[in-house]
Design a protein around this ligand. Structure first.
Ligand code: HEM
Length: 333
């Protein structure tokens, strides 16, 4: 009798502590946590940081490209490195989607990090976690905020070209469409405005904003919400025909510095993309948020860090789901 009471007690105790255990032991899935590699690969974060630092020192824009890579990964089936897979049997690469083609960059930097990690801790650190860490380190290197990155994501065994085409907002989408695309990922209007603040660094191609310069609403006139002298400057680098790949800075004031000048630009109608400018012109709540971040770098940085962690938590594969790829470009044999 006493034995069976003990047994019941033991079961109850296990049940009571089970959620606690799951937080720390990720074997059964669910949670990401910053110490995930502390035992299995204590040098993981240092390796990522050293490769990213070298890459950004070679080319400042790389910081922007690595932040964007994580975003384009997370919005398609969650942060699972699906964006990195090349086409193969049964896989159509996301790299060919409208938002990614001729546009995503930084893939070789991720390869370099992965090969270094495979040397030091084989089959341990996921490509999805590498991208989350690289996005954080890039932000810091460009002068932005830091945050602690929850880890333990695993890599997908498939990609979704349609997900990439449909889920990632386009620069000519309406405000409502963009907000809906964020909400479908569990992100809200605060995240939308703060994360758009990553357009404080990096470039965009002429094709991504040409419409605004020449024919915004089918009347052969430029977008009236674009500062007209800024528009004239942009037209010199982005002709009506040709020059599709010509680049312009997303933040004309401090293109490689992560700061709140992006929001200040929006208030003077110098946002490069239509999707940037509409944060000021189409919705009162987002307009108030833009003003708040334009006023205070600190407030922007704090929210940006929070929203990046939230984005990084979109549907991760954990536990026994997915795999740890040994080459980020293909699933394991
Ligand atoms: C709100 C909806 C968004 C739209 C419509 C959008 C659209 C774009 C477009 C069209 C470009 C230029 C691509 C090219 O011409 O090659 C771009 C660049 C960029 N985007 Fe976004 N984006 C959005 C949100 C975000 C978010 C949430 C992040 C990061 C968290 C981000 C980070 C970046 C960065 C850093 C660049 C520059 C990349 C580089 O220079 O390589 N964007 N975005």
């Amino acid at each position: 009798m006493a034995k069976s009471i003990n047994f019941v007690f033991l079961i109850l105790a296990l049940l009571a502590f089970a959620p606690l255990c799951l937080c720390h032991v990720n074997t059964f899935g669910g949670y990401l946590y910053p110490q995930f590699y502390d035992r299995s690969c204590p040098q993981a974060q240092q390796i990522v940081n050293s490769v990213v630092s070298k890459a950004v020192a070679r080319e400042a824009r790389m910081a922007a490209s690595l932040v964007r890579l994580h975003f384009h990964d997370c919005f398609v089936k969650g942060c699972d490195a699906s964006i990195l897979l090349d086409s193969a049997s049964g896989i159509i690469s996301e790299k060919g989607s409208k938002p990614n083609k001729n546009s995503i960059r930084g893939l070789e930097v991720i390869d370099e990090i992965k090969s270094e990690l495979e040397k030091q801790c084989p089959h341990t650190v996921s490509c999805a976690d590498i991208m989350a860490l690289a996005a954080r380190d890039s932000t810091v290197l460009a002068g932005g905020p830091s945050w602690v990155v929850p880890l333990g994501r695993r890599d997908s065994k498939g990609a979704s070209l349609s997900g990439s085409n449909n889920n990632i907002p386009a620069p000519n989408n309406t405000f409502q469409t963009i907000l809906t695309k964020f909400k479908l990922q569990g992100l809200d209007i605060v995240d939308l405005v703060a994360l758009s603040g990553s357009h404080t660094i990096g470039n965009a191609r002429c094709v991504s904003f040409r419409q605004r310069l020449y024919n915004q609403s089918g009347n052969s006139k430029p977008d009236p919400t674009l500062d007209q002298s800024y528009a004239a400057t942009l037209r010199t680098r982005c002709p009506k025909f040709g020059g599709d790949q010509n680049l312009s800075f997303l933040d004309l004031v401090s293109p490689t510095k992560f700061d709140n000048s992006y929001f200040k630009n929006l208030l003077s109608f110098k946002g490069l993309l239509s999707s940037d400018q509409i944060l000021v012109t189409k919705n009162q709540v987002s307009f108030e948020l833009v003003k708040k971040y334009a006023e205070s770098n600190e407030v922007f940085f704090e929210q940006f860090a929070k929203s990046m962690v939230k984005m990084g938590n979109i549907s991760p594969l954990t536990g026994f789901k997915g795999e740890i790829r040994s080459n980020c470009r293909k699933i394991n044999a």
